[in-house]
Design a protein. Structure first.
Length: 276
């Protein structure tokens, strides 16, 4: 697995990369961004998320959490969720940059989240490209599912099959009888909570590993988000992943490898979930 290291100047970017802060800088207090409350969750579902890059012939696995409230839901990295819980319980008086960096290494959070507004029928997608965090809004995607007769048990729930084609991929989903029309990432529009969904090439696979009742704050960190559109974000992300050296050329924050040398124009791990 390829590791890329950045020189990071802000706390926002620490968890995106395997960077340990030592010495005087590492001992400085870490200032966490302000939390913007969105809702209170009553269901939490944790998913494993596997992505396969056929060009590099590599697989990446992460864990994501879907927090569902009455008005909004958030799908984001379970690593960030764990870090927030640890800070709240173990560091009530604050922590240092080094301590925060170590938490990131231990929990391996991934950037990116999807916020669904269950009342307005819109969603916000948040993603990170190099040192900037982007946000774009779109209506709930029109997902035309075809319901099937097959069943499968997942996390103790009997699930029914559904299939559709969406933005360049053929998807198969398994939804349970929990009466929530929601699921991982942007998925939804089924009679119950989606516990598993994968494309026909199995390059993107979401699989529920835990479901629980909850009563936790759903929040978003207050940051300087760059507003954009889905099309512009997808294009910029592709440019960055496929040619990182050119993308950051001339930037004062240089992209370097573990030996401290500038990263060449080699492509990074990348397989977009949306092809169109």
């Amino acid at each position: 697995m390829r590791k890329i290291h950045y020189i990071i100047f802000t706390l926002i970017g620490i968890c995106d990369h395997s960077q340990i802060f030592e010495g005087e800088y590492g001992n400085r207090p870490a200032r966490m961004p302000e939390k913007l409350p969105l809702d209170t969750s009553y269901i939490e579902c944790i998913y494993s998320y596997n992505v396969y890059d056929p060009v590099l012939d590599e697989n990446e696995e992460s864990y994501q959490i879907l927090e569902i409230g009455m008005n909004k839901s958030k799908f984001a990295s379970y690593g960030y969720y764990r870090i927030d819980s640890i800070i709240k319980n173990d560091y009530p008086d604050g922590l240092t940059f080094a301590q925060y960096g170590n938490l990131c290494i231990e929990n391996d959070p991934k950037p990116g989240s999807v916020i669904k507004d269950l009342n307005s029928g819109s969603l916000e997608s948040i993603g990170r490209i190099f040192m900037d965090t982007y946000i774009y809004e779109e209506p709930f995607p029109q997902m035309q599912w075809k319901l099937g007769e097959e069943t499968q048990e997942i996390c103790g729930y009997r699930c029914n099959k559904a299939t559709m084609t969406f933005r360049g991929r053929n998807w198969t989903a398994w939804y349970c009888n929990i009466p929530v029309s929601n699921g991982p990432w942007k998925f939804g529009n089924l009679p119950g909570l989606i516990l598993k969904v994968e494309d026909d090439s199995r390059e993107h696979v979401f699989n529920a590993v835990s479901i629980r009742n909850s009563n936790n704050l759903i929040f978003l960190y207050k940051r300087n988000y760059v507003k954009t559109t889905r099309e512009k974000f997808d294009k910029a992300l592709s440019d960055y992943k496929l040619n990182p050296g050119n993308f950051v050329a001339g930037s004062p924050v240089l992209l370097k490898n573990k030996n401290g040398k500038p990263v060449p124009n080699n492509r990074m791990f990348f397989n977009p979930i949306e092809k169109e």
